[in-house]
Design a protein around this ligand. Structure first.
Ligand SMILES: [Mg+2]
Length: 160
């Protein structure tokens, strides 16, 4: 800003503006690189009995650069798909037909000790969330799912 004190003409003002612009661009570029360096792509299995929920979760994950390796429609399907696809991460609904999420979590975590499972719970399912965490789930997000909440949970899980 010293420039302004002795020579406040338009040329110098433009030069300062240009300098500030390039510093800003440099900063933004640095931040983008930092984000890229710290991003870990997750291979995810999405488990939910509702097709629209699976699609929604898939879209959130894929838009953020993660990969959905498979989908499952209930707990026993989840176990089967886990065995086949060995995902790095599972997003698991709690209430499903055939086998509920809590039971599936217990079975997957017993068989695969490094399994990472994030529960997807609705309001009023606190007890089942607690049971899932006891069974080996590492985190939970509450429906309706917010993009950033889900992605934060995924990032946290991948850094464990
Ligand atoms: Mg459900």
């Amino acid at each position: 800003m010293l420039v302004f004190s002795f020579c406040p003409d338009a040329y110098y003002i433009m030069e300062v503006v240009e300098l500030m612009r390039s510093v800003l661009l440099e900063l933004i570029h640095g931040m983008q690189q930092w984000e890229e360096e710290w991003f870990i792509m997750a291979k995810v299995l999405v488990v939910d009995d509702a097709a629209f929920m699976r699609l929604m979760v898939r879209n959130i994950l894929e838009d953020a650069g993660h990969e959905v390796v498979s989908e499952a429609v209930d707990g026993s399907d989840a176990i089967e798909k886990y065995r086949r696809f060995r995902p790095e991460l599972v997003i698991m609904d709690i209430t499903m037909p055939v086998m509920e999420g809590v039971e599936a979590v217990g079975k997957i975590c017993n068989a695969y000790h490094n399994a990472k499972i994030i529960m997807c719970s609705a309001m009023g399912q606190r007890d089942m969330v607690v049971d899932s965490l006891k069974a080996g789930a590492i985190d939970f997000v509450v429906k309706p799912i917010q993009n950033n909440r889900l992605l934060e949970a995924v990032d946290r899980a991948m850094f464990r």
